[in-house]
Ligand binder design. Structure first.
Ligand code: HAM
Length: 415
């Protein structure tokens, strides 16, 4: 038997309704804040990610699904959504529209990761990107959207961690200090860290190797190197969140796994299992980096599988699968024809109604209705079709009511 590739997931019918529930809640939250949905291609030119996400990141160095297409182009399945949305923003001239441009998306992403809890190779992200404002207010608006999503979905035990990683100017000084700190032990770091030492020493702080993590203890922190503008920006973000009554913790260790971030970065972490459910931040240099005008931007993305997992933990009975209103059981040729037409008319009225399409016995039809938890069952034989009257059974109470055989009457009884 052919099995699904490692790190992928089937979302089966008895799960999909929970997805639809959280998706519709989040869509309302985004759209009430003026965000418009965008959908971009699953694959892009590889260069978009190597330039946008960063040559020294794990995502680009180790995790991309990259292949040459039949025309000899290097193509990559998107490992994240921001770079593609930025490309689309530039290519479609969104910069000429009134700012800010506020977008949201739900898209599948692909990363060749070590598969483990909460870490898949195909996963979905629900995210937002806001272009054209460098104000701290945009950072706060994004963070507050995250806060609202967890609140509306009734998910407790979520911690907001915040940091600022400054601008290229503060980072130059910081990276020098970091190199000074790392240099005496450089030989003992892993090979990947060694290659990142000159180009991007901040990446070394994100290394998952135990020995590298240990040596990173006591490293200088970026917050001590912020320039005045970056410090003021971060102070305003913190003050406004505090004024809005949002709990957060400053975590100087957040560097994020993608290179495009500047200034504010944030993560919402589930305290139950330590998994980061939402990650994001400001990326003021990315639009220019991939060929657009200098445009500040900020955004975040949630791992939808992780979000669903924490949602299910606290919301056992909230999202409900649709239940069949009526099953029309029938026997005999005339009754079958009548039932087919009746079902089509009832569906036009918005009734969830089914009938036999397997040409099975009445007994088998009743069994199907029962197994699928039909609320009512209407039984039709040729006699009922003749008299235009039939019995409808309430499957919970067992009560039977006689009804006129027309769609309006039936809908009235069961709805
Ligand atoms: P990220 O932190 O790489 O950021 O991913 C965002 C979220 O996607 C993570 O917090 C996690 O919940 C989920 N995620 C990431 N990798 C996996 C995986 N292998 N399996 C399951 N879930 C995963 C970004 O991708 C940025 N584009 C976010 C952003 C948008 N920043 C600004 N705008």
């Amino acid at each position: 038997m052919i099995q699904k590739p490692k790190g992928t997931k089937d979302i089966l019918p008895d799960e999909v309704y929970k997805w639809q529930y959280i998706e519709s809640k989040i869509k309302d939250i985004f759209e009430n804040a003026g965000m418009k949905e965008i959908r971009v291609p699953v694959f892009e030119h590889t260069e978009l990610f190597s330039r946008g996400v960063g040559e020294t990141t794990d995502v680009v160095q180790k995790e991309m699904y990259t292949f040459e297409d039949k025309g000899g182009r290097s193509i990559t399945l998107r490992p994240e959504g921001t770079a593609g949305v930025v490309r689309s923003y530039i290519e479609n001239g969104m910069a000429s529209q009134p700012t800010p441009i506020k977008l949201w998306y739900e898209m599948a992403m692909y990363r060749y990761e070590n598969v483990q809890k909460g870490r898949l190779r195909e996963f979905r992200q629900i995210g937002t990107e806001v272009f054209g404002t460098s104000s701290y207010l945009a950072d706060v608006e994004c963070i507050m959207l995250g806060v609202k999503i967890f609140k509306e979905l009734n998910i407790p035990n979520i911690k907001l961690n915040l940091n600022s990683i400054g601008c290229p100017e503060c980072r130059r000084k910081y990276q020098e200090a970091l190199r000074e700190f790392i240099r005496p032990n450089l030989e003992k770091y892993c090979d990947t860290c060694k290659t990142r030492f000159e180009k991007n020493p901040m990446r070394i702080l994100d290394c998952k190797e135990k020995k590298c993590k240990e040596m990173n203890q006591g490293a200088p922190i970026i917050l001590d190197y912020l320039c005045d503008d970056c410090r003021e920006h971060f102070d305003k973000v913190k003050k406004m969140l505090t004024d809005l009554g949002v709990d957060f913790e400053i975590d100087a260790g957040i560097v994020r796994g993608l290179d495009y971030y500047t200034r504010t970065v944030f993560e919402f972490v589930s305290e139950d299992d330590g998994l980061t459910v939402l990650g994001g931040g400001r990326y003021d240099g990315l639009v220019k980096e991939v060929g657009g005008q200098d445009t500040p931007a900020v955004g975040f993305a949630m791992g939808a599988e992780r979000l669903l997992e924490v949602f299910e933990r606290y919301n056992k009975d909230v999202a409900k699968q649709k239940v069949m209103d009526l099953y029309v059981a029938n026997i005999g040729e005339k009754a079958n024809e009548f039932a087919t037409e009746l079902v089509l008319k009832l569906r036009d009225k918005g009734v969830f109604v089914e009938k036999d399409i397997c040409e099975r016995s009445l007994k088998a039809q009743f069994k199907y209705a029962d197994k699928n938890n039909a609320k009512f069952v209407l039984t039709l034989g040729d006699d009922e079709v003749e008299t235009k009257k039939a019995k409808i059974k309430n499957m919970q109470s067992g009560e039977e009511i006689e009804v006129e055989l027309n769609a309006d009457e039936i809908a009235k009884v069961i709805m």
